[in-house]
Design a binder for this molecule. Structure first.
Ligand code: ADP
Ligand code: MG
Length: 342
């Protein structure tokens, strides 16, 4: 088990800087998720922690030890990749045992570890098969098993669920959460999926363009995003943004002189009895039974979404005034993108 520190971590490929100046503390036993759009530098950062990429600048420690120049195998980390990276000609058992054999561990101990990991992951009946004879979900379990048997101080996951179908993604996500509960080992998990970030993380790190946009507990990022990027990235459907021309007189008065944009999440928009902040014209209603997503336009033509369990109040083409609890409103400066505290 180990915590990590990243101090002024930077990465350049030739003259292109892809990681700017990352400072981050990861506690021992913490589940940290790096989330952000494709190309923002998540994998690069993870691979620098793993030792698969050189660190161009700054200092990395794991368990208090400087790791910049330590070989991957000596860092006490084990990585799980999106593509599983299994040896196709070896059995599941041999895939899981391979790294331990390389490290010259005695066979009885290897056997014990492989069988224990197989049990945790419920793949004991598959041990003699080759990866070819496994489903995607089973392959990913083997890849996770291969990481578990190494008993690493830190698990690193790079989009481990991206190749799985929707149902299996949810199931495997829950298994990874349970695995963390059970082992208590530090885990760093990369994804572009904010649902995975929200559900798995003790701490989310939102990245964009090689920079950290915000670090915090999932619920804090949801309730108090520091800026419009995080506000738009965390939550689904995404937060609606309104400027003065989208709002009623009452709505615009809230912004007066202080903020350019009012953000309200789809699930926080409610039909108003009086004092509507925004007038909605529903143009498409997606009723999922449990709730409906009401796709609307403002009179000025801005599209937005209301998420409601009060389906009967909304009708296609019929104007409706909406409001939100003041505690659920977010104010932003357009130029800086930053949240304005109220
Ligand atoms: P993510 O995992 O968030 O999608 P990556 O870490 O893979 O993003 O990539 C971050 C940026 O670094 C991207 O702009 C990508 O094109 C660039 N990049 C990644 N690997 C290399 C490389 N070997 N050479 C040059 N640029 C790279
Ligand atoms: Mg990536």
């Amino acid at each position: 088990m180990a915590g990590l520190t990243l101090r002024n971590i930077a990465k350049e490929y030739g003259t292109t800087r892809v990681i700017e100046d990352i400072n981050l503390d990861i506690d021992d036993g913490e589940f940290v998720v790096f989330v952000g759009p494709s190309g923002c530098g998540k994998s690069t950062l993870l691979r620098m922690i793993a030792g698969l990429e050189d660190i161009s600048g700054g200092h990395l420690t794991i368990g208090g030890k400087e790791m910049n120049d330590i070989a991957p195998a000596k860092r006490g980390v084990a990585m799980v990749f999106q593509t599983y990276a299994l040896y196709p000609h070896m059995s599941v058992y041999k895939n899981m045992a391979f790294g331990l054999k390389q490290a010259k561990m005695p066979q009885p101990e290897i056997d014990e570890r492989v069988r224990a990991a197989a049990q945790i992951l419920d793949i004991t009946p598959l041990l003699e098969r080759t990866p070819r004879a496994l489903s995607g979900g089973q392959r990913q379990r083997v890849a996770i098993g291969r990481a578990i048997v190494r008993e690493p101080d830190v698990f690193l996951f790079d989009e481990p669920l991206s190749n799985l179908d929707a149902a299996l993604r949810v199931q495997t996500r829950i298994e990874i959460a349970r695995l963390h509960e059970r082992l208590g080992t530090t885990m760093i998990y990369v994804t572009h999926d904010q649902v995975e970030a929200m559900t798995l993380a003790d701490k989310i790190v939102v990245l964009r363009g090689g920079n950290i946009e915000q670090v915090g507990r999932p619920i804090d990022l949801y309730n108090r995003p520091d800026n419009m990027f995080v506000a738009g990235f965390i939550g689904s459907p995404k937060m609606n943004f309104f400027n003065t021309s989208d709002l009623t007189t009452d709505g615009a008065a809230l912004l007066q002189g202080q903020a350019d944009t009012l953000g309200m999440r789809p699930e926080h928009l409610l039909p108003a009895t009086d004092g509507a902040l925004v007038i909605a014209i529903p143009d498409l209603i997606e009723n999922l039974g449990e709730y409906a997503l009401v796709h609307c336009q403002t009179a000025s033509g801005t599209g937005f979404i209301a998420k409601t369990t009060d389906m009967d109040r909304f009708q296609k083409g019929v104007e409706i005034g909406l409001t939100a609890d003041p505690a659920r409103m977010h104010f932003f400066n357009d130029e800086t993108g930053l949240r304005i505290a109220r």
